[in-house]
Design a protein around this ligand. Structure first.
Ligand code: ZN
Ligand code: ZN
Length: 282
């Protein structure tokens, strides 16, 4: 795969490789690569590497191993690691570890509504409705409100920031034209916009706005224009990616044949050839 001879991987390369293992749920392979980062390549593990492995383990329901790794890891767990664990707990309804992850997230990022919503969803899934109510009350007490969504991308040494429907960028015309072209292609393939993502209720505000021009799409389109053909595109978003953008970016990755990485407030999405490493669960 990526680790051919003559190619010197760096710590960022490994985030991509580990995410690719998440694509296929390849736990052993992922762990093997994780260990090789240090043992074979002499690169220190970063918090992002750990976050990828915790994602892989907790999605596969291997919570004991995840817990052990978190307790013994050599760097401080970051918010992506905790959010990955929380996401895994949602799939497997693990309330004990969900609480642990949420506590850590509340400390790192007390204002992020996604943590509260995910935790409440986990409680609801196991019938703990008092806890659901409790979580809602805390959210209200703390006046957790929505932040405006924004996405950004680094090209060269510059950071380009986009808001929904943003036309301030000097290349806005080109960006919108490209998206229109891509949408046309998608329609030909039978794609219909999806605005009904119930689990993403924190982003109602976003949902009502023009879905075709959410910030992450503008940033991705700009990435396609501003980077060489075939180069991977890496976009950041301050909130969770919305369901429709997720579907759209999957299709875009296929149409333009590019790897697209979106790092949202919760996790990495590694889009490649029409699918995403989160396997549509985040
Ligand atoms: Zn969106
Ligand atoms: Zn995804």
């Amino acid at each position: 795969m990526l680790l051919r001879s003559g190619f010197r991987p760096d710590h960022v390369t490994f985030v991509g490789v580990l995410s690719a293992c998440a694509h296929a749920g390849l736990v052993d392979k992922g762990l093997g690569i994780f260990h090789s980062i240090k043992d074979e390549y002499g690169i220190e593990h970063t918090a992002d590497h750990y976050a990828c492995v915790i994602d892989l383990l907790s999605r596969s329901g291997l919570f004991e191993r995840a817990e052990e790794m978190i307790n013994t890891m050599s760097v401080k767990p970051n918010k992506f690691l905790w959010a990955s664990l929380l996401g895994g707990c949602r799939i497997h309804k693990n309330v004990r570890l969900a609480k642990w992850a949420a506590e850590a997230l509340f400390e790192i990022e007390p204002e992020n509504p996604a943590t509260y919503v995910t935790l409440a969803n986990i409680y609801a899934s196991v019938g703990l409705f008092d806890e659901v109510e409790n979580t809602r009350r805390i959210m209200e007490l703390k006046r957790i409100t929505k932040m405006p969504a924004s996405s950004w991308i680094e090209v060269g040494t510059r950071v380009h920031v986009f808001l929904v429907g943003d036309k301030l960028h000097p290349q806005a015309e080109e960006i919108y034209a490209l998206l229109k072209k891509l949408y046309l292609k998608m329609r030909e393939e039978g794609y219909v916009a999806d605005t009904g993502f119930v689990l993403h209720d924190v982003e109602d505000e976003q949902k009502q706005q023009d879905i075709g021009y959410h910030s992450e799409r503008l940033a991705v389109a700009f990435g396609i224009i501003a980077t060489p053909k075939g180069a991977p595109i890496k976009v950041f978003k301050n909130l969770r990616i919305c369901g429709d953008c997720h579907t759209t970016i999957k299709l875009i990755s296929k149409i333009v044949q590019r790897e697209i990485i979106v790092r949202d407030s919760n996790r990495f999405h590694h889009f490649k050839n029409g699918s995403c490493s989160c396997r549509d669960y985040w």
